[in-house]
Design a protein around this ligand. Structure first.
Ligand code: NAD
Ligand code: DAU
Length: 352
């Protein structure tokens, strides 16, 4: 990216990954103006970025990307010259209970942003960029061997991954049809501080703290490739600045774990940290009914971003998991706040 692009809109910056991206950009690039646009859904928590909220190059805009008029007005007003789009409904289980909001936010919301961008960029597309943050789940599932590459066919299996695949296709189509300058990256499972305790690692950490059962779906022999969230943020920084126009990059940790092995490792770390007898946390494991359409295995070939942009994961899984556990143990108020009121209110509204 040319250094003249300095009015950057980052969507979803109050969420898990977005909060780390916002912090990195605000601190690393004092000359950029960083606009964090977020609707503050159940997953958006401004506490996640409290430490940078007074920075002179940081601005918060509360808005919903499904509100096309509002999004257009904001583009007209602030003349963003690039977008890093993370805002989304991100949880597979929620997409199974309530697919519609995934289409509205992830597909229509993405379209609204591209429409608003094109309206102000159409006179001069040079130095503009729409960066769509996506997932490895668009590729569907792998068998025992093989890796997802940037040319693997899309075959999404959950409403969540279908909505992300659809939005990736729309971004690409806007590139072809309207010449929208874009990049897309498809990343594997992230973990680390600020992740909402509905996703495997933070949910299980919290359940262990509270001595609640650990609900393992099916036989637990499902494989995910885990990446520490700050390594994803570093990759996003690189793709944003150096990624080739109209291309996609896979991002992953070269770090495959079967759920049950990961859970056992987490349990042993938790036993030590909580001074509990060895095996106390593992005794909480309960095998439950499988997730419908559960993808068997994800694994990323991240050699393109490595070769083209020089990115490599820097945090080992053991190190990252330990840091993550320590963060959750140090932040019981954060956990309590996100699990309380707003979380339940959201569920009530969605499922009534
Ligand atoms: P998250 O659920 O923690 O955060 C999503 C953020 O988007 C929240 O701050 C929420 O308030 C905001 N948001 C939701 N709907 C909105 C709307 N209609 N308008 C404006 N803001 C809205 O998600 P995350 O895990 O940080 O994921 C961020 C992005 O990265 C998503 O696009 C997701 O698909 C992608 N991704 C996530 C992972 C992962 O492991 N978490 C891996 C690969 C890709
Ligand atoms: O691969 C990238 C994706 O990773 C992102 O695009 C998604 O936004 C993110 O949520 C994540 O999706 P997963 O479905 O892989 O993550 P989740 O943490 O929900 O589940 C991880 C694995 O653990 C999966 O195989 C399901 C299993 N699981 C999950 C939960 C919440 C359980 O066995 N029990 C549980 O309670």
């Amino acid at each position: 990216m040319n250094s003249s692009k300095r009015n950057i809109l980052i969507t979803g910056g109050a969420g898990f990954i977005g909060s780390h991206v916002i912090r990195l950009f605000v601190n690393k690039y004092p000359d950029y103006q960083i606009f964090n646009l977020d609707a503050l859904t159940y997953a958006g928590n401004l506490e996640n970025i409290k430490d940078i909220e007074d920075a002179s190059n940081y601005h918060f805009l509360k808005a919903d990307i499904t509100d096309a008029d509002k999004i257009k007005t904001l583009f007209q007003k602030y003349k963003f010259d690039s977008v890093i789009h993370l805002a989304a409904e991100s949880h597979v289980d929620r997409s199974i209970s309530n697919p519609k909001i995934f289409v509205e936010t992830n597909v229509t919301g993405t379209l609204n942003l591209m429409e608003a961008a094109l309206e102000i960029w159409k006179e001069n597309l040079e130095d503009k960029l729409f960066y769509h943050i996506s997932t490895d789940e668009v590729y569907g599932t792998l068998g025992e061997t093989g890796l997802f590459t940037e040319t693997t066919s899309y075959a999404p299996n959950s409403p969540y991954s279908a909505s992300k695949a659809a939005s990736d296709h729309f971004v690409r189509a806007y590139g072809e049809t309207y010449n929208l300058p874009y990049v897309i990256s498809n990343c594997s499972n992230n973990y680390g501080p600020n992740q909402f305790p509905e996703k495997l690692i933070p949910l299980f950490i919290n359940n262990i703290i509270e001595n609640k059962s650990l609900p393992v779906y099916g036989d637990g022999k499902y494989t995910r490739d885990w990446l520490y969230v700050l390594d994803h943020a570093r990759a996003i920084d690189l793709v944003f600045h150096k990624g080739k126009n109209k291309s996609t990059y896979n991002i992953g940790g070269f770090n495959e774990w079967q759920n049950i092995d990961l859970i056992r490792l987490l349990c042993s770390i938790m036993d030590k940290k909580l001074n509990r007898n060895e095996g106390a946390s593992e005794a909480l494991i309960t095998f439950i009914k499988d997730r419908p359409g559960h993808d068997k295995r994800y694994a990323i070939d991240a050699s393109k971003i490595n070769k083209e942009l020089g990115w490599d994961p820097s945090v080992t899984f053991e190190e990252g998991l330990l840091k993550t556990v320590e963060w959750y143990l140090k932040n019981p108020k954060w956990i309590a706040a996100v699990i309380s009121g707003s979380y339940k209110e959201y569920y009530k509204k969605q499922y009534l």
